[in-house]
Ligand binder design. Structure first.
Ligand code: MN
Length: 241
């Protein structure tokens, strides 16, 4: 049977007059997983009671956490700075429970953009709340070009991404104003932008992978970047046995 990749799906108010939020997620994540021989399954993130979240994690073989807004800074011991963006505390709590369940059940985790950031916070790391106002000399990480196109390079250290992409320098897209400051214990930085901003990390057993750029916006047009999804599906397959 194909490995089942759970993709956490946040709840958002679609219009100001919506009575309830709707589960919304770009189709790009599931499209990439399908193309790589995985079976995508959406995980609705709404409540943060542990028992049902743990059962959802149990129902899948691996989990992807998607992009989105900023994690609440008090979760990593900071007060909000002026540059902090929109926060969805309910989503923070639900995703942190899901991460906890994935760790407990030994399911591989892939965090993309905000997904990487919330994994870092959940495991005890900290974030830069706003790169432009906090990091002197930082390059542009909120690119003006369209989603599929890379804008800055990252240098890849040995690990999951370098094995997937078969290169030690790759052009990536960039749609983030936050970044990992102190990686959580047990996470090793595996990609860095020319200005020193952390762009990926992983645990030694590669059960936790974080990517700051958006491979899912590139892999529709870039088979090279699709290797990231392929390699995650392979990792999930190998853990399933
Ligand atoms: Mn970037």
């Amino acid at each position: 049977m194909q490995p089942i990749i759970g993709i956490a799906c946040p709840a958002e108010f679609l219009t100001a007059s919506s009575l309830d939020p709707s589960f919304t997620l770009s189709t790009r994540y599931a499209d990439g997983i399908m193309r790589c021989g995985g079976t995508p399954l959406l995980i609705p993130l709404r409540h943060h009671d542990y028992a049902p979240i743990r059962q959802m994690a149990q129902a899948v073989d691996g989990i992807i956490l998607a992009g989105g807004g900023d994690p609440a800074p008090h979760l990593f011991g900071e007060e909000p700075l002026q540059g902090l963006g929109e926060v969805d505390y309910e989503r923070d709590l639900a995703e942190m429970r899901l991460i906890e369940a994935a760790r407990e059940l030994n399911k591989p985790l892939l965090g993309i953009c905000r997904g990487m950031q919330i994994i870092n916070v959940a495991l005890g790391g900290t974030l830069i709340q706003d790169i432009p106002s906090q990091v002197a000399g930082a390059g542009q990480h909120s690119q003006k070009g369209s989603l599929p196109y890379g804008s800055h390079h990252v240098r890849l250290e040995p690990g999951f991404l370098r094995d997937a992409l078969q290169t030690d320098s790759v052009l990536v897209n960039s749609f983030h104003h936050q970044a990992v400051k102190d990686p959580a214990p047990g996470l090793r930085v595996t990609a860095v932008a020319p200005d020193g901003i952390i762009e990926a990390f992983e645990s030694d057993d590669q059960m936790v992978i974080g990517i700051q750029w958006h491979p899912e916006c590139m892999w529709k047009y870039d088979d090279g970047m699709l290797r990231v999804a392929e390699r995650f599906v392979e990792k999930v397959s190998s853990c399933k046995r």
